[in-house]
Design a protein around this ligand. Structure first.
Ligand SMILES: [Zn+2]
Length: 49
């Protein structure tokens, strides 16, 4: 079991707004709806490396 840090970047403007610790037991790429202060609204955030 290992954990790694994952940055979540806004899919609209590309800003990295969130960092989370995700377990290794993930089934698919993370895509989360989160608030982007740059866009001023909720946008889809994807994991980056
Ligand atoms: Zn954004």
């Amino acid at each position: 079991m290992s954990q790694r840090k994952i940055a979540l970047a806004c899919s609209v403007c590309g800003s990295r707004n969130y960092t989370i610790a995700a377990s290794a037991t993930r089934t698919q790429r993370l895509e989360v709806n989160k608030f982007c202060k740059h866009c001023g609204k909720y946008t889809l955030h994807r994991e980056t490396r």
